[in-house]
Design a protein. Sequence first.
Length: 188
Amino acid sequence: MTVDYEEQLLLAKRGNATAFEVLIRHFERLIYSIAYRMMNNREDARDLAQEALIKVYRSMDKCEDINGFKNWVCRITTNVCIDEIRKRKNKQAVSIDAHGENEASILDARASDEKTPEEVVLDGERAAKIKAAINSLSETHRALIILREIKGLSYEEVADALDMNLGTVKSGIARARLRLRELLTSEQ
């Protein structure tokens, strides 16, 4: 059975909760994934994904068509995360989950790839350095890198998701890549 998402959007805009649920079920992984990449913490990602869903629901009437729904949802999720990052800027917190997540990913990598323990540790260290470098970027650059490089959105989709000019997105991504390169080469 094929779902007519355009019809579901129209129903959701009229307040149909079931239609909204059908739409969100289709995008919930993307929403959580963006929140997780922005926040680097599962609990925060769940909370902020939930907050983003509430904002999406409350402003359904602003979404024009199903073709723009994905980018619109990405924009809302990214903005919710950026707002939270700005709130926390002066309150540095250490994630208790960070160590546990690295252990789990090391074990998963070992089981799936059959790499040597040394390779698994090196891959984990590389991933941690990249993650730390991305986290040290400004909120805007972080969002640009996550949406373009990690989520694979086109430049146009990123521009639409962040409500930015296409040229600004392209130059912002170039600057963010350069800054990442600088951060990663300075640590070697």
